[in-house]
Design a protein around this ligand. Structure first.
Ligand SMILES: Nc1ncnc2c1ncn2[C@@H]1O[C@H](COP(=O)(O)OP(=O)(O)OP(=O)(O)O)[C@@H](O)[C@H]1O
Ligand SMILES: [Mg+2]
Length: 256
């Protein structure tokens, strides 16, 4: 199964402020969908709502046909999630490998994993796939931002979910590692529905089938060739869109 997400008239308010006005959207896998928008535009809110972590004041979220509105446990049966780094609490006293293993332990039956060594091997394979083996046995509290992001990606993909939701998953990873990780994300999107929130549409543009531009609602959606048009983006981003030798760059000082 490749995955499907449907929002039906979803409206989200946070502390009385409308962050997402009524939107309807259907995304079908496989493929990479990139969500872009300025700081505070509602990217994380959109992903958390799909994950069931925020309950909309109106509307429904369906994932693979199941109503997961405000129900993270139900959404978690279909979706591997990488939270934005700034929102992840790394104070929990476990190692990187244990964090990845915990994602499997929740799903032993459907995965047909039985013994601790099978779980350990699966976790090690996932950590290897994201280049994080060197620090597999370190406490997560001691990892750098980029190291932790690799481990969080391993945790999301270790159980082979049909859908991945990735919130700025490579924001702290160094440039070489970033390109490797984007390649991995693109490869995964050949079989899964992958939704990635990013400040940098450029790094995913080649591999995205759809770019969704949000700013307190969905402002634009379409293939990269249509959406990454400086004039259209300027309507959402204002003066921070620069055209540099036919590449669109978004000037943004956001760190994570
Ligand atoms: N728990 C909360 N309570 C109240 N308001 C919130 C809460 N979380 C986020 N917001 C507000 O909702 C708006 C959207 O935030 P969100 O984190 O979704 O934006 P974003 O597009 O992901 O931004 P960034 O690019 O900085 O990650 C912001 O104005 C933010 O202040
Ligand atoms: Mg965010």
């Amino acid at each position: 199964m490749t995955g499907e997400i449907e929002l039906r008239e979803v409206e989200v308010k946070l502390q009385e402020e409308v962050i997402i006005p009524r939107v309807s959207l259907k995304l079908e896998g496989p493929g990479l969908v990139t969500v872009i928008g300025p700081n505070g535009s509602g990217k994380t809110t959109l992903l958390r709502t799909i994950m069931g972590l925020i309950k909309p004041v109106h509307g429904w979220v369906l994932v693979n046909g199941e109503d997961v509105t405000g129900n993270p446990e139900a959404a978690g049966k279909h979706i591997g999630y990488v939270p934005q780094l700034s929102a992840f609490n790394k104070g929990f006293p476990i190692t990187a490998r244990e964090l990845v293993e915990s994602s499997l332990s929740l799903r032993l039956k459907p995965l047909r994993l039985r013994t601790p060594s099978e779980i350990r091997e699966a976790a090690i394979r996932a950590l290897g796939a994201v280049g994080a083996l060197d620090y597999a046995d370190k406490p997560i509290s001691s990892l750098s931002g980029g190291q932790l992001q690799r481990v969080l990606i391993a945790r999301a993909l270790v159980w082979d979910p049909p859908i991945l939701l990735l919130d700025e998953p490579v924001s702290a990873i160094d440039p070489a590692g970033k390109m490797e990780m984007v390649e991995l994300i693109a490869k995964l999107s050949r079989e899964k529905l992958v939704l990635v929130a990013s400040h940098d549409p450029g790094i995913y543009a080649r591999d995205s089938k759809l770019i969704v531009v949000v700013n307190r609602g969905i402002r634009l959606a379409g293939p990269p060739s249509e959406v990454l048009d400086p004039r259209k983006l300027a309507e959402v981003y204002g003066d921070s869109v620069m055209l540099v030798e036919k590449c669109v760059h978004l000037v943004d000082g956001h760190a994570a």
